[in-house]
Design a protein around this ligand. Structure first.
Ligand code: EPU
Length: 432
């Protein structure tokens, strides 16, 4: 087992380059299954969710060639089954995109139920409604397999009852080769939805309106291979912005799309942080003197403040002057990590989906654990600003979504190490 050991109190300074977006690549890799040719995907991040998805595709028979650490070539043509029993699918949420992609390719799919971070109930009713609207029948098998099949997928109008990234993507994947026009209303607008649409269009699809709440997909007969580069990761960039702001440093964050970061930029500026776009428009310079002031944050679907930045921002607010209110409106249960922060001296009171954060002068290092991916990122930021040493367990969550986080932070002046510790010697006992 491994943990991170952080010696707090060092400001972040310098330059960091952001990797490709996790939530885009985990949709685009399964989408390759819809192609009749080889797809070359560039700017893929080196994270365990990508490794898992590539292993699943390989297990299905796809030919995989790593060209270099950030480029993969996938030939989906040898895949000859619509069934994915692989245990790996249960390890990650995005494995449910295999359902939409296989349905689009074969008009049928049978995939083990997805896993992923635990934020309370994570229903897939909107995915199922979407598949059914396209003419498929959906059944849940006893062995936790989702079985979807259609004689023929036929385009239709689908109104999403909730704004959902996953269901929007899954319906796009299923509809791209359906007969006629599919219209998704109340669609999610996240940058990764746009990236998937761009990828599908590069393969010859006809998808319009991605990034607005109405997406129109005119089905095409076939899709061809292509070369495509994944967009930069909005949440990795946001995490470095908050980490810089919280430590009182100055960092040039490169290879980003500033537009994707507007809600995060606005909140950090409200807290007293300076953020300036660089000359080429593909970077931001974040500087802070660590005298942060309170603000209120409410998470919303894009273009609102991203729920995937909520834990990191809460850490920053825990040392900002005054009382902040953080409202989580996307997930039912995304404040579990607050117990860990409290161990470090934060003063936070959680009531359901609202956290009231009383700013304290300083956090103190402590043994803590990553409860999920973004909670893990939050613990790292807490460790960077705390006095003394912080040890973080369960770091495999962090490896799912942050490419070389230790290397990147070390280059910026952080004191963080990845160390082994023997199985059974858990640092954080009797918590949660
Ligand atoms: N929802 C339903 N029914 C559905 C689907 C979703 O009620 O059929 C609800 C959910 O319970 C939730 C809300 O709709 O309350 C939004 O869920 P969404 O489907 O948008 O989430 P997701 O697709 O499962 C993706 C990201 C998450 C991110 C959310 C929200 C991926 C692989 N995951 O999850 O990212 O929090 O969108 O932006 O894209 C992360 O990267 O750390 C992460 C958890």
């Amino acid at each position: 087992m491994e943990k991170f050991v952080i010696e707090g109190g060092h400001r972040l300074n310098g330059e960091v380059t952001i990797s490709g977006a996790k939530n885009a690549v985990v949709a685009i890799l399964p989408a390759v299954l819809l192609s009749d040719g080889i797809c070359r995907i560039e700017n893929i991040p080196n994270i365990s969710d990508v490794t898992t998805m590539i292993k699943i595709l390989h297990g299905m028979g796809a030919k995989i060639r790593m060209i270099n650490p950030t480029t993969v070539e996938i030939d989906p043509r040898p895949v000859n089954s619509h069934i994915v029993e692989h245990d790996l699918t249960r390890k990650m949420r995005a494995s449910y995109y295999l359902i939409g992609a296989l349905l689009g390719r074969y008009s049928k799919a049978c995939v083990a139920m997805p896993g992923g971070c635990d934020f309370g109930v994570r229903p897939i009713d909107q995915h199922i409604r979407g598949f059914e609207a396209l003419g498929a029948q959906v059944t849940m098998e006893k062995n936790a397999m989702v079985n979807v099949k259609a004689d023929m997928l036929i385009g239709t109008s689908i109104y999403m009852d909730v704004v959902t990234v996953g269901a929007t993507i899954n319906v796009m994947l299923a509809a791209v080769k359906a007969r006629g026009l599919t219209i998704i209303e109340n669609a999610a607008k996240e940058p990764h939805i746009v990236d998937l649409a761009n990828f599908l269009n590069t393969m010859g699809a006809d998808v319009r309106g991605a990034g607005t709440d109405v997406i129109k997909i005119r089905g095409v007969e076939s899709l061809h291979g292509c070369t495509y580069s994944i967009i930069p990761d909005q949440i990795e960039a946001g995490t470095f912005m908050v980490a810089t702001a919280a430590t009182g440093g100055r960092v040039h964050i490169k290879n980003i799309i500033p537009k994707h970061l507007e809600s995060i930029t606005a909140k950090l500026e409200e807290c007293g942080v300076s953020i300036i776009e660089d000359e080429d428009g593909e970077g931001l310079v974040v500087s802070s003197n660590a005298n942060l002031v309170r603000c209120n944050v409410k998470t919303m679907p894009h273009p609102g403040f991203p729920t995937d930045m909520q834990p990191q921002m809460t850490v920053l607010l825990s040392v900002a002057e005054g009382t902040s209110v953080v409202s989580e409106s996307v997930w039912d249960n995304r404040f579990k990590y607050v117990d860990q922060l409290t161990r470090m001296g934060a003063l936070i009171h959680v009531d359901g989906k609202v956290a009231v954060v009383e700013g304290v002068k300083k956090l103190q290092g402590a043994p803590v654990r990553a409860d999920d991916l973004r909670a893990g990122a939050a613990m790292i930021i807490a460790g960077l600003i705390a006095s003394g040493t912080t040890e973080i367990e369960n770091i495999e969550y962090i490896d799912r979504g942050y490419d070389n986080i230790v290397g990147k932070l070390t280059t910026l002046g952080a004191k963080i190490d990845r160390v082994n510790f023997p199985d059974g010697e858990a640092l954080v006992k009797n918590v949660g």
